[in-house]
Unconditional design. Structure first.
Length: 256
């Protein structure tokens, strides 16, 4: 009888411990004016589930029930941005207006407004975020001339935390003296890892990805794949050696 009680107790404890993991959803998408249908479709294609929550209801959100936060290109007030637990919860961020508040840059994001889509060079070729992408890729589909539709944002290499990883650059410059290429201005796509000391003096406790290509309606197949890869990175971590084990569980992610 005692053995039966012990076994039942063990099963109940196991259920209590595992239930939050089973019940947890993948993504909470915080929005202000409504969800971006392109992002929702791409999330669906990846097989992730998502809850869309208006910023006005954020106080009712239990973020421990989610694996990551998604923010679209919408802007939030400083008060609203301060309520979103970026840096303590994994995230993918298209928002550019609150990056200084979160410590991802000391002075906001800079922008380029070309008359045609930029071809962006991949800087960190081993990053999971750009898996399946070549040396460079077109940021947008060419939809004719229209002011502002091809805008791209980058985080200045002089204003980001030392631990921020540049994945895709705005452009590259060649240094004759050293015969090497360097990032010209900054990262259009970048990631933060836990332990990174941020520009606001705080330390990141989570993974985060910045994507500075806001016009989702004109995303190319490459840009869409980068977004999907970013979701995977945020939820599961890095897999640089392509051994199927992500950094959260791989003792050496640079060696298969």
């Amino acid at each position: 009888m005692n053995n039966i009680i012990k076994k039942l107790t063990f099963v109940l404890v196991l259920i209590v411990l595992l239930f939050p993991l089973i019940a947890a959803k993948d993504i909470v998408y915080i929005t202000k004016t409504g969800a971006d249908s392109v992002l929702l479709n791409l999330i669906n294609e990846k097989g992730y589930n998502v809850d869309v929550v208006n910023i006005g209801s954020i106080a009712s959100v239990n973020f421990s029930n989610y694996k990551m936060i998604l923010l679209g290109k919408e802007s939030f007030t400083s008060t609203e941005a301060g309520k979103i637990p970026i840096n303590s919860k994994n995230s993918v961020v298209l928002n550019t207006g609150s990056l200084k508040i979160w410590g991802w840059t000391s002075d906001g994001a800079s922008s380029i407004t070309p008359s045609s889509p930029l071809t962006l060079p991949v800087w960190d070729k081993n990053s999971t975020i750009v898996r399946g992408i070549g040396e460079d890729f077109p940021s947008y589909i060419n939809d004719g001339f229209s002011i502002g539709i091809y805008k791209v944002y980058y985080l200045s290499k002089f204003k980001t935390p030392a631990g921020m990883n540049s994945v895709v650059a705005d452009a590259l410059s060649f240094r004759i003296l050293t015969q090497t290429y360097v990032i010209r201005n900054g990262a259009v796509i970048a990631n933060i890892n836990p332990g990174t000391v941020l520009k606001n003096g705080k330390t990141s406790l989570a993974r985060g990805v910045f994507i500075g290509i806001p016009n989702t309606n004109l995303w190319t197949s490459e840009t869409k794949n980068i977004f999907k890869n970013s979701l995977n990175f945020s939820i599961n971590g890095e897999d640089r050696d392509s051994d199927g084990f992500y950094s959260d569980f791989d003792c050496n992610d640079n060696n298969a």
